[in-house]
Design a protein around this ligand. Structure first.
Ligand code: SAH
Ligand code: SF4
Length: 357
């Protein structure tokens, strides 16, 4: 396609804030530097219009790296025997949560592998106590039953993050030997019905992933009206079946940023993190992400003794940062970008029901 054709697509995008899957694929595949820069500028404008200049900090506690699942891409997968495993006690998690709240961070994200050793009731009582600290709580602990989701919602959980990783069903099947595409989406539906703000997302640069599949992801984010969407590059982990895959980093970086930018424009006011994986792929990646549509950062509050064992992917940044230092570092980063730290909880008002699939 000629440059003029891409320009027309960008003009249409600016006005309608929508494109078809085919049109999205054209822009994702376009390698013209000027067109790419114009797309990023447009996403930045829409971010300012719909999400403002303030950036929400979501304080992350990675409380267990045990996992019952075997996702092909992930270092925490069950069959990775070379990973030292850890589990924080409920009391330990609470103590870290208390310190996060004291720092003024308004959201605590509790993340782990799918670890069934924490029973639903002890998680519920933890949530109940954490809520008294005046924070919002996001859970990111995988697929559980409707009853468990309901119990945790009642106990005070506000949000749930369950990334689809890819909306290409065939690719999903290849990557997830013990998961089912429609079951994961059914969980999303239940979570939304229970009143959670729900989060999805994808990985960009997965082996076998086409540009069309990424365009489908973006259309699906829009259709499902998710409240948060985590978009990050896939980073191969040597101790997984995908360890030998070597993506072209520069291409993957640009493709991830374009996915982020287009998602911002099509979904308007959703919460989009500048992911740690993006900052790991390329130094300064999170800063760039914040200028291409992102409005969320996730400082890591996992105690140092455990942090280096939460190796979903290798080379993760901030593994040695002293506890709590991430917040100071992020405040500096935001100041340099002319942005600020949000002072509110950063909830998203749900405007319409999620799409029926
Ligand atoms: N067990 C939970 C949460 C922990 S995994 C779950 O799966 O929902 C958190 C996220 O890490 C996943 O959603 C996935 O997007 C990301 N992830 C896993 N392996 C990765 C890799 N190799 N590169 C980049 N991100 C990865
Ligand atoms: Fe477990 Fe989540 Fe990793 Fe899959 S992505 S292996 S569910 S921690």
């Amino acid at each position: 396609m000629e440059k003029e054709g891409y320009r027309e697509l960008l003009t249409q995008l600016a006005h309608t804030e929508d494109l078809s899957q085919e049109e999205l694929a054209l822009l994702l595949a376009c390698e013209d530097e000027e067109i790419t820069a114009e797309l990023f500028t447009l996403a930045d404008e829409k971010r300012r219009k719909y999400a403002g200049d303030a950036v929400h900090l979501r304080g992350l506690i990675e409380f267990s790296n045990y996992c019952r699942k075997n996702c092909l891409y992930c270092g925490l997968r069950r069959d990775n025997r070379s990973l030292p495993r850890y589990r924080m006690s409920i009391e330990e998690i609470y103590t870290v949560g208390e310190k996060i709240a004291r720092l003024g961070v308004k959201t605590i994200v509790l993340q782990s592998g799918e670890d069934l050793s924490y029973d639903a009731r002890s998680i519920a009582s933890l949530l109940h106590r954490l809520k008294k600290l005046g924070v919002a709580i996001t859970l990111s602990i995988g697929e559980r039953t409707k009853e468990e989701y309901a119990l945790w919602r009642e106990a005070g959980a506000d949000r749930y993050l369950l990334k689809q990783e890819t909306f290409d069903e065939q690719l999903f099947r290849k990557l997830h030997p013990d998961d089912d595409h429609s079951h994961r989406l059914a969980c999303q539906k239940i979570l939304a019905e229970l009143g959670y703000q729900v989060g999805s997302g994808n990985m960009v640069g997965l082996p076998g992933q086409t540009i069309e599949a990424i365009a489908l992801d973006i259309k699906s984010f829009q259709r499902w009206n998710f409240d948060m969407i985590g978009i990050g590059p896939f980073i191969p982990h040597p101790d997984t079946p995908l360890g030998n895959f070597a993506p072209d980093r520069k291409k993957q970086y640009l493709l991830t940023l374009k996915t982020l930018a287009l998602t911002r424009i099509l979904t308007r006011d959703t919460h989009l993190p500048a992911t740690t994986a993006l900052g790991t792929l390329v130094s300064g990646g999170r800063e760039k992400g914040l200028q291409c549509g992102a409005n969320v950062l996730m400082p890591n509050f996992t105690p140092l003794a455990y942090r280096s064992h939460y190796t979903i992917y290798p080379g993760k940044i901030c593994l040695q940062e002293e506890w709590g230092k991430c917040v100071a570092c992020m405040s500096m980063m935001l100041k340099e970008l002319g942005r600020s730290v949000a002072q509110d909880h950063g909830h998203r008002e749900r405007k319409k029901a999620p799409a029926e699939e």
